[in-house]
Design a protein around this ligand. Structure first.
Ligand code: BES
Ligand code: ZN
Ligand code: MG
Length: 505
């Protein structure tokens, strides 16, 4: 567990057993860094000899002894920031501080402090420590519940203190608190539930966990299964659920701001606890990793917990259809025709395109019962999105240009990036069906699987402010970004929390 703290002070005045010292290319130990040469007269030469020049991935540690214990100076390279945009400077610093955390953890330090260097575009210090604080906490995440050797060992616990002399205290204080809430909810809720194996994280289990979170964070909780879903006419949810021995759960969490003019936002998260493909069975090498097919719903669980703590002036509803997509004698077939909550009929041409079947009912449910101003769905929806965008950008499709702009801005600011794909009427004909209103996969001549899936969902939205986030490539196993780590990444939590807070009245 990493705690974050804010202290008015400097390296000289604050005692810790580790200091993160960020250095740009061409650094020198003058000015605020002069204290380094007091401790280590030869620091400049030593670092140079060890190849530390302040480049982005550089790190080097110098250690000394003070009053009987060791003190470690952990130098972290910033690279050349002179021509970089503010957002890309912050992203590169996320990776630097994460590298520092990795070193601190190895050294088992318990008190680390740092001064975050100013950036030419000033005035954004509070936001900077918020962003770096979240990344530092993300870096500490490990999924080792099932490693018998690690389970009983005492987990690393430390405090990271941001030292500042200039930061407006209350503003920086709330930034640090927000970072702590967001980072820890991502790790303990979104990432942990997504990483849990599908034999444990069943719809029933996740519904119970949602209920526990609701109690803890003062949210209202509702959950129902197939019987109620059937009576409501949620043919999509039921058609995926029916093949599994695990009972599906449609879970709803609600945060009410109590402010009459607050906007209402609904989040629908895909919660397929395991996706075998159903009767349209996946080949086994494509099936491994399909425990992550509930990452959208896990993101919603995390976001609801965060918003329950931050209490902005926004009403937020989280809808999570949890089902397991299994083949069996009761499972849905290709050629089946189902009727959704909003009355539209779908010809099932492939039972592996199941996410859109449950999300469409969730979207229709959100609109019918909550009349939200904005609806956003989050889903590991298509392999095509991984092909199109890879692992660093979530696919964004929306019917509203302002919403696209807001989400892109939040994405750049938080490092939880999104990239827009088009949504034109031309794509709509791809999912036409000879026998029902629409089909759940597009004609092969249309290609564009990510957009065709979105066009399907659009049939269940009447709101003029809707966004679809395809996190198939970003939700897990993202390479090369140290702080998102192995396994679940918590994709879309940072993005949507920032977006929701920006709508607070
Ligand atoms: N859960 C998958 C999407 C997915 C694939 C996520 C790979 C992450 C990595 C989804 O349910 C699915 O199976 N989609 C199909 C749709 C197709 C049948 C139109 C796909 O992408 O192949
Ligand atoms: Zn799926
Ligand atoms: Mg599927």
């Amino acid at each position: 567990m990493l705690s974050l703290k804010l202290v008015q002070g400097t390296y000289n005045s604050y005692q810790s057993d580790g200091y993160f010292i960020f250095l740009p290319e061409g650094f020198s130990f003058t000015g605020e860094y002069e204290f380094v040469t007091k401790e280590f007269p030869h620091a400049q030469g030593l670092l140079k000899q060890h190849g530390f020049t302040g480049k982005k991935a550089d790190s080097y540690t110098l250690s000394t002894e003070k009053n009987g214990s060791f003190v470690h100076y952990i130098f972290l390279g910033l690279g050349d920031e002179s021509n970089a945009s503010y957002d890309s400077i912050v992203e590169s610093r996320r990776r630097s501080i994460a590298r520092g955390i990795q070193i601190a953890k190895k050294l088992k330090l318990s008190e680390i402090s740092t001064v975050i260097p100013a950036v030419a575009e000033g005035g954004q210090y509070a936001s900077m420590i918020e962003q770096l604080g979240v990344a530092a906490i993300m870096m500490t995440y490990e999924f080792e519940t099932f490693k018998s050797s690690k389970k009983d060992a005492k987990p690393w616990s430390a405090t990271l203190t941001f030292l500042s002399e200039s930061c407006e205290e209350s503003e920086c204080q709330s930034s640090v608190e927000r970072a702590s809430i967001v980072g820890h909810a991502m790790n303990s809720t979104t990432r942990y539930f997504a990483d849990l194996p599908p034999n444990i994280a069943t719809p029933t289990y996740l519904s119970k966990k949602a209920e526990e979170l609701a109690k803890k964070y003062d949210l209202s909780f509702k959950s129902f299964g197939r019987e109620k879903a059937e009576s409501l006419g949620m043919g999509g949810f039921c058609s995926v659920d029916i093949g599994s021995d695990q009972d599906g759960k449609f879970v709803i969490l609600e945060y009410k701001s109590g402010k009459s003019d607050a906007p209402t936002i609904a989040l629908c998260g895909k919660g397929v606890t395991f996706d075998t493909g159903g009767i349209s069975l996946k080949p086994s090498n494509y099936m491994t990793g399909m425990k992550y097919d509930m990452s959208g719903a896990a993101a919603v669980l995390g976001i609801m917990s965060i918003i329950g703590q931050l209490k902005p002036a926004v009403n937020l509803i989280g809808l999570m259809p949890f089902v397991e997509n299994m083949p069996s004698g009761k499972a849905s077939r290709q050629d089946d025709i189902i009727t959704h909550l909003n009355g539209k009929t779908t010809e099932i041409k492939n039972t592996d395109a199941e996410g859109r079947l449950i999300l469409s009912d969730a979207l229709a449910y959100a609109e019918e019962f909550y009349k939200p101003d904005t609806v956003i769905d989050i889903a590991t929806l298509t392999g095509a999105c991984v092909v199109a965008l890879g692992h660093f950008y979530t696919g964004l499709i929306s019917n509203n240009d302002e919403l696209i702009a807001s989400l892109r801005k939040s994405g750049q600011k938080t490092g939880d990036r999104v990239w827009p794909l088009p949504l034109d009427d031309d794509y709509r004909a791809g999912i036409k069906s000879e026998v029902a209103d629409i089909a759940n996969i597009a004609l092969s001549s249309y290609s564009g699987g990510t957009i065709e899936a979105a066009v399907y969902l659009q049939n269940f939205v009447t709101s003029s402010s809707w966004a679809h986030l395809d996190i198939a490539g970003t939700a897990h196993d993202v390479p090369a970004i140290n702080y998102v780590g192995k396994g679940s990444t918590g994709a879309s939590v940072r993005l949507l929390v920032d977006y929701i807070l920006s709508k607070s009245r």
